[in-house]
Write a protein that binds this ligand. Structure first.
Ligand SMILES: Nc1ncnc2c1ncn2[C@@H]1O[C@H](COP(=O)(O)OP(=O)(O)OP(=O)(O)O)[C@@H](O)[C@H]1O
Length: 310
């Protein structure tokens, strides 16, 4: 077996990543697996490290394993976007668990590394990736999980800027932190008019709260969105939530409380290959949980772009 390369984000999971990495290291030593490891030092560093390691290894490298959260795996995937034969493993050490949940990966570090070691010799499994490009920018970037636009992106940003966020995470009160941010943003956020071009066809939506574009199924609080989203089907799964009162929206996201009538009137879901999003004023856009800028944005699906150990 070739030596393995690990990229660890020590800031992921509010510092949990270091403990996770220590458990993984013990298991690697126990199994006498040779490896090299690199710690990220700043935002975006995992992308640079992944690209540098792949380039220096002169295309002989077979595997890079990320230890972190969804942001870390996103950066590694972007760093390896021109090395589609390098397989990427993931050990979850983030605050959320969306990527592991979406790909049905184990969530305990020792189980995860054992699972990766077992699967290393299997044939490469390639998955679709989403691609996005903000209007006016020359280059696009990839996402593996989701693009969020509107209220939900605002809630995530409010959560990150909450000074008590770290403390709540330590006390395992992340969900309460999310609810506090949701209530805060709902108190001032105004719905918007959305202009979309879906596979070439134009539509307008009024009173929109948020739009989610997914490659894998995901959760907004307790609300599961795009249950059918799969990184193997070549589609983007879009959910648009509009024309709903603040209170009903709160119940929908926080408690997954919805009626058939509400679903029919307020939640539209569809699959597509590409979607362009415009609005009257710019909206926050997140990719894989990281803020990337403001709308307008063009999102599309790209075939066989990433080899993941799954
Ligand atoms: N050494 C570092 N110090 C501070 N931030 C870092 C460092 N290395 C990477 N980062 C940044 O940390 C951010 C969070 O990383 P990541 O998303 O992996 O963890 P998380 O937010 O805890 O997990 P999740 O997104 O799954 O909830 C990313 O924007 C990443 O670029």
């Amino acid at each position: 077996m070739n030596g393995l390369f690990f990229i660890i984000n020590p800031a992921a999971g509010h510092g949990k990543a270091k403990k996770v990495w220590n458990k993984v290291k013990k298991e690697l030593t126990r199994k006498k697996v040779s490896y090299r490891s690199f710690y990220t030092e700043y935002h975006g560093h995992a992308e640079i490290l992944a690209r540098q390691v792949a380039t220096l290894q002169n295309y002989h490298l077979k595997t890079i394993i990320g230890v972190g959260g969804d942001g870390t795996i996103n950066e590694i995937v972007n760093g390896l976007s021109t090395f589609s034969n390098i397989q990427i493993g993931f050990i979850n050490a983030g605050s959320g668990n969306d990527f592991s949940r979406g790909f049905q990966l184990p969530t305990h570090p020792v189980k995860e590394i054992r699972d990766i070691l077992l699967k290393l010799k299997k044939p490469l499994q390639k998955f679709y990736l989403g691609n996005f490009r903000l209007e006016g920018k020359k280059n696009g970037h990839y996402f593996i999980k989701s693009i969020q636009i509107g209220l939900y992106a605002e809630v995530k940003e409010a959560l990150k800027s909450n000074v008590n966020n770290k403390l709540m995470a330590r006390l395992h009160l992340e969900y309460m932190g999310f609810i506090i941010s949701l209530v805060k943003v709902l108190s001032y956020y105004q719905p918007f008019t959305l202009f979309v071009k879906v596979d070439g066809e134009l539509s307008t939506y009024q009173n929109v709260w948020f739009i989610s574009i997914l490659n894998i199924a995901n959760y907004h609080g307790r609300m599961k969105i795009a249950s059918n989203a799969k990184p193997t089907d070549g589609n983007l799964d879009v959910t648009i939530v509009s024309n709903i009162s603040r209170w009903k929206l709160f119940k929908l996201i926080a408690l997954n409380n919805s009626s058939k009538k509400m679903k029919a009137e307020s939640i539209e879901t569809f699959a597509c290959k590409s979607i362009t999003i415009h609005s009257e004023s710019p909206l926050l856009v997140q990719a894989d949980g990281e803020m990337i800028g403001e709308s307008p944005v063009l999102v599309s699906i790209q075939k066989d772009r990433v080899a993941l150990i799954k």
